[in-house]
Design a protein around this ligand. Structure first.
Ligand SMILES: *Cc1c(COP(=O)(O)O)cnc(C)c1O
Length: 438
């Protein structure tokens, strides 16, 4: 079936094999109209449905590479996982009360244009506004198609300068948009800029091109990446059907080039919200040398309501993976906290109970077991002075970071005993009573 559509498409575009595998050709022939989809897949949308789909596109535009469109199985296209990720649903127009335009508050945590600095030691650098395919589940949906521009060098240099003058940053994530849509020379230039900063230890690149535009992974691109090791590439496979000879070849090129690979999936209702699908997906990933990294709970972005599952679905999927399959095939299930709190990892509960000397645990089979705590473990009081410590790690002071959050409560040398929310009524009362007394 796939061959059928692909050959039909090749005929439509009158291309030779060579062009089909040219990423610039793919991009310049991206499908942006429903009528082209109908004609290429040889289908006709229901007129009422079609009208609503058109309305959806006025708000959230359409763009699909010929390659990705060719993966749709037309017989049951409405339920097809490729179709659902690429083509609009009228349900995108249903805005819910809880939907947020910028659910992760990325614009608040932005010191300079293009940089999101949320965590102490790493930043997100947006190097490009465009994507090869407009995913219907994009968390930055409000921006899709709106800023299809490549930032100028000057704009990028502002971000680079921010990183240069912030020594706490040791990990830089190139994001966007899709960094791999940049021309090779531009990417080479950005990587050279960032890797010239002495405190940057790793660069990461998030890209969906191996999935939606695999021919982008050329030998030339891989050669550039190799110059700036360590570079980690994170890709975005959501469904086993996205594994094709082309996407596997793209990954193979990166892996053979010595680039460590990870994958971030999004849990999507009606697409991959099934333990079997995810298990098949993670097996395909590790078989192709990609380590499953994150499984994301779908964000509260506008137009994504119909893709959202309960968090419980993600926990259920983790229950099916932990113990049942290889540990390194298991992603971390995370919820990106609305309002910009960052990623929160979630797991089923394995601790059943706890006493002074025993922990009661359960395993994946439901076996309940006990772990006897050591009788003679002496907790060492840490006074935050590694020079006085018997553990032989002599840390450079500059590399240590301030304790925050629960680690601050745990620290022996920190006097903080509790955290109280800012608007706590009880504390306000205390303040008022205190005022009366004085
Ligand atoms: C996800 C994310 C990161 C990277 O987080 P890791 O857990 O280190 O992969 C960094 N900055 C922002 C703003 C993010 O959303």
């Amino acid at each position: 079936m796939r061959e059928h559509i692909e050959s039909r498409m090749k005929a439509y575009f009158e291309v030779h094999k060579h062009n089909w595998e040219d990423w610039r050709w793919q991009l310049s022939h991206s499908i942006t109209e429903l009528s082209t989809v109908e004609s290429l897949l040889d289908i006709t949308f229901d007129p009422k449905e079609r009208k609503l789909m058109e309305q959806t596109l006025e708000k959230f535009p359409l763009s699909i590479t010929p390659y990705y469109l060719s993966l749709i199985q037309r017989d049951d296209y409405a339920n097809d996982p490729i179709f659902r990720q690429a083509l609009p649903s009228p349900r995108e127009l249903q805005v819910q009360r809880e939907d947020l335009q910028d659910p992760l508050a990325e614009e608040i945590d932005s010191p300079v244009s293009g940089v999101t600095h949320r965590y102490p030691d790493r930043v997100l650098l947006n190097v490009n506004g465009t994507c090869a395919m407009y995913c219907r589940h994009c968390t930055r949906k409000r921006k899709v198609g709106e800023v299809d521009h490549i930032p100028e060098r000057e704009e990028l240099l502002e971000g680079v300068e921010y990183i240069r003058r912030t020594p706490a940053i040791r990990d830089v994530l190139l994001s966007g948009g899709d960094p791999f849509l940049l021309p090779d020379e531009r990417l080479d230039w950005i990587l050279a800029q960032i890797s010239s900063i002495s405190h940057v230890e790793v660069i990461r690149i998030g890209t969906r091109t191996p999935v939606v535009l695999p021919c982008r992974i050329t030998d030339g691109l891989t050669r550039i990446l190799r110059k700036y090791q360590p570079i980690w590439v994170n890709t975005h496979f959501n469904h086993p059907r996205e594994f094709t000879p082309s996407s596997k070849a793209a990954i193979r090129k990166l892996a053979d080039g010595g680039i460590p690979l990870g994958n971030q999936s999004v849990l999507l209702a009606g697409i991959n919200d099934c333990p079997r699908i995810i298990k098949r997906l993670v097996h395909l990933l590790v078989k192709n040398r990609v380590r499953p990294y994150y499984l994301y709970q779908c964000d509260l972005s506008e137009g994504l309501e119909h893709f959202r599952t309960p968090i419980g679905k993600g926990i259920e999927i983790m229950e099916y993976l932990v113990g049942h399959t290889s540990g390194f095939a298991r992603p971390t299930f995370v919820v990106d906290a609305p309002g910009g709190g960052g990623k929160i990892p979630l797991m089923p509960n394995y601790i059943i109970s706890w006493s002074g000397n025993k922990v009661v645990l359960r395993n994946y089979e439901g076996v309940i077991t006990t772990y006897q705590e050591p009788a003679n473990y002496r907790t060492v009081e840490c006074n935050d002075d590694c020079d006085q410590c018997t553990l032989p790690l002599k840390l450079d002071k500059a590399m240590e970071t301030q304790n925050q959050g629960i680690t601050q409560l745990l620290a022996d040398y920190d006097d903080t005993i509790s955290f109280t929310p800012e608007n706590n009524e009880r504390m306000k009362k205390r303040d008022r009573w205190g005022d009366q007394e004085s």
